[in-house]
Ligand binder design. Structure first.
Ligand code: GLU
Length: 413
């Protein structure tokens, strides 16, 4: 069976957790089924007057532990299966980090890079109005993901608010600060990936100072992870984007400056180029996949020389890839733990919006570190006491909390 699709990967991981937790078939049925799926047509009037139709989705995988929560992705390859898989992962991620949320994900199958700013705004607003009946601060709270950022969140917040007749900042997170965003949200996912990396290095007995890192993906997650790790004294030896990868740059600031104007890291003066597959196989201490799903597969995992893989992206490793890494003794910090910093600070943003009282950057950082450290300790101690991988431990913890919430709430009617 080939499992190189995010939904198959997510279901295979859930099946394993259900078995390890010795849950019942009833539990499996409840946990493996998304609760609400909305598929919408999103019409867009292009700047030249042409009208195009795009497919949009919002999947509320679970609302058992609280309102559903998760990002909105603008990417040409997304489909319903992938959105369901990512919404399922959000469910375990929020439970693992003890956030009072279920899990959701949404998106539009569009290449955001082909849109003008005005087109992007129209598409975002129309998508928001199509999913409006099912979102809200008490129902389902979208956030940025691949291909969206704080500008999209500002438009979503405005569209929802105009329809409500008053400002509703808590309907989305990842907003600009002036609209009720939280300090530290922009860097939060990268900060969390960095903290997870440091703890994984310590667990492997490797000194983080001077440890070498390769990062696949130089978007919001990869870039801020690189900035945080470089600031902590690690050596980022290679980064890549959709075009390809480079090594030999002086600093992250340098390569970022170049990529801002060139549109890619490839071709920066003094650097050596490589493919996105080559970056996976570099001889480094830590490999951080921070791009899209399915980059570490049965075909690519065998060549990985890193001792640690920290999953900045969601679902970057297929079950076949995962099995190879485990048998080669590679420590994998799973996505639902490693990249949970984003949704943790989203939670802080939502809390601040509810209270109309805003925290200092230090408070955000301190609370992020304490929630994430707690989850890291729970995962690593569960993994060593049961002699299982960090992924298995993280899923067991997340899935068991959702299953317990189901049991306590009972079945209506
Ligand atoms: N899109 C991010 C994730 O996959 C953040 C979600 C959120 O903040 O709600 O975790």
């Amino acid at each position: 069976m080939t499992t190189e699709s995010p939904i198959k990967t997510a279901l295979a991981q859930l099946r394993r957790a259900v078995e390890q937790l010795e849950l019942s078939e009833n539990d499996w049925n409840t946990l493996s089924t998304p609760r609400r799926i909305l598929e919408v047509a999103v019409p867009l009037r292009r700047d030249d007057g042409k009208v195009e139709m795009y497919k949009g989705y919002r999947v509320q995988y679970s609302t058992t532990r609280g309102p559903s929560k998760g990002g909105v992705r603008f990417h040409q390859d997304i489909d319903l299966d992938e959105t369901v898989a990512l919404a399922m992962l959000m469910t375990w991620k929020c439970a693992l980090t003890h956030l009072p949320y279920g899990g959701a994900k949404g998106g539009v199958a569009v290449n955001a890079q082909t849109l003008s700013l005005a087109e992007n705004e129209r598409l975002t607003r129309r998508y928001t109005s199509e999913i409006l009946p099912i979102i809200g601060p008490e129902r389902d709270i979208p956030a940025p993901d691949v291909g969206t950022d704080e500008r999209n969140m500002a438009w979503m917040m405005d569209t929802y608010s105009v329809n409500a007749g008053f400002s509703v900042p808590g309907v989305v997170t990842g907003k600009p600060i002036v609209l009720g965003g939280s300090l530290g949200r922009t860097t939060a996912t990268g900060d969390g990936v960095a903290l997870s990396t440091i703890e994984a290095l310590k667990a492997k007995g490797i000194n983080p100072q001077g440890a070498t890192v390769a990062i696949q993906g130089f978007g919001k997650v990869g870039y801020w992870t690189a900035v945080a790790l470089e600031g902590m004294g690690l050596k980022i030896v290679a980064v890549s984007d959709v075009v390809g990868g480079v090594t030999g740059f002086k600093s992250i600031a340098d390569i970022f400056e170049f990529s801002k104007t060139a549109g890619t890291v490839v071709g920066a003066p003094g650097t050596t180029s490589m493919t996105n597959e080559e970056i996976l196989h570099l001889d480094v201490d830590v490999l951080i996949p921070a791009a899209l799903a399915d980059s570490i597969t049965g075909a690519t995992a065998g060549g990985i020389k890193a001792k640690i893989v920290v999953e900045g992206a969601n679902a970057p490793t297929t079950p076949e890839g995962d099995a190879i890494l485990a048998s080669n003794g590679v420590l994998v910090v799973p996505d639902i733990l490693a990249n949970s910093g984003g949704v943790i600070v989203s939670y802080f943003e939502w809390v601040q919006d509810k209270q109309n009282y805003f925290w200092s950057a230090d408070e955000v950082k301190e609370n992020l570190n304490s929630i994430l450290m707690k989850a890291i300790v729970e995962v690593s101690t569960t993994a060593s006491s049961k002699n299982i991988t960090w992924r298995e431990a993280a899923l067991m913890l997340g899935v068991s909390r959702v299953a317990e919430a189901h049991r306590l709430r009972g079945l209506y009617p």
